[in-house]
Design a protein around this ligand. Structure first.
Ligand code: 5GP
Ligand code: MN
Length: 325
């Protein structure tokens, strides 16, 4: 079923005049696309709208033209919107939402089935939607208000990145129909595809090549591929982990691999990304076991363990249990 935004939510949201928009930490294409798509849609309506982005977004998205704030004062706004955020603690809010006493005009729009942003005045989750961008697009079209080519370009961005260019299992007729309607707004599709999928810096490709040749391990009879990104490799290629979107897909490209895992070290533990190629073996429950979440076929968690070898042992057990279950 195509995304249906409740009319009560739609009319309450559009009553706002001054909007502050948030998305999740470590923003990806859907986070960026939905936040800036929503902002652009609201600007199209003559409203005030800002995106609060406390960190630099991945470099490839800068070409889309991202005008955002590093800090904001909640007193300057009457409406607050979080997009693509599954959990309150994952909203990159710089404390603004946390300190907002009255959350009745806080809207959360999301597509993660693990969503638990229950403190929002309105929390809308459609876990069948491919992307938060599909949810925002539904809202924009349902409003019957006109919107610009730029809004459509942002919204198409998250649909393209969250579906891997319409390759992943979250691709269906609804998202393709929505994408077609956005394209009809005059989006320069070739330019957008080049930005999103064909703009890798040369050193990133070299980094990925060495990661693949030196770090990939395959286990569980060829069904589980995983890699740990060592700090030395990041230093060697001056590669920042905020640019890592899509790297895990290199592991799932391997024939026969069902579950892929990419791990790197963060200050608060190991960041684990998981992907599945077969709905019989979902990865969300594995991430949930470690306090993480996401989607059935794409999930993540932060895991506190002393060494990667400890994590490797635990995940080999978990993943083989899923694959053999
Ligand atoms: P990624 O592996 O690209 O970081 O994330 C895959 C999916 O899982 C995304 O939808 C992301 O929002 C979600 N995700 C990643 N890490 C976490 C986490 O620690 N907690 C929750 N709740 N979701 C996560
Ligand atoms: Mn998303």
């Amino acid at each position: 079923m195509a995304v249906q935004i409740p009319e009560t939510l739609l009319s309450a949201l559009l009553q706002g005049e001054k909007f502050l928009i948030f998305t999740h930490v470590r923003p990806d294409g859907d986070a960026i696309g939905s936040a800036f798509g929503m902002r652009s849609f609201l600007l199209d309506q003559g409203k005030k709208a800002d995106v609060l982005l406390p960190v630099d977004p991945p470099a490839r998205y800068l070409k889309l033209g991202l005008d955002s704030l590093r800090e904001a004062d909640s007193n300057d706004y009457d409406t607050f919107i979080a997009l693509d955020c599954a959990a309150f603690h994952r909203i990159a809010d710089n404390g603004v939402l946390t300190n907002l006493a009255d959350k009745s005009r806080f809207f959360s729009l999301d597509h993660h089935f693990t969503n638990n942003v229950d403190c929002a005045g309105f929390n809308f989750v459609d876990s069948k939607a491919s992307s938060a961008c599909e949810v925002v697009s539904a809202l924009a079209f349902q409003s019957n208000l006109a919107f610009s080519k730029q809004t459509a370009e942002f919204l198409l961005t998250g649909m393209l990145t969250d579906t891997g260019g319409f390759k992943f299992s979250n691709t269906n007729g609804d998202v393709l129909r929505m994408a077609a309607k956005l394209l009809d707004k005059g989006v320069d599709f070739e330019k957008l595809i080049n930005i999103l999928f064909f703009s890798k810096p040369e050193r990133q490709l070299r980094f990925e090549s060495e990661l693949i040749s030196s770090q990939i391990k395959v286990a569980c009879g060829g069904k589980f591929a995983y890699a740990f990104i060592p700090q030395e490799l990041l230093d060697k290629y001056n590669f920042s982990l905020k640019e890592d979107e899509g790297i895990i897909d290199l592991l799932r490209e391997i024939d026969g691999v069902v579950i892929a895992m990419l791990v790197h070290k963060q200050e608060d533990g190991f960041k684990v990304s998981l992907r599945s190629k077969d709905p019989r073996y979902p990865v969300a429950p594995i991430a949930a076991d470690f306090g993480g979440g996401g989607h059935l076929m794409a999930a993540g968690a932060t895991v506190e363990l002393p060494e990667f070898s400890d994590l490797e042992k635990v995940f080999l057990e978990k993943v083989s249990a899923v694959l053999n279950g």
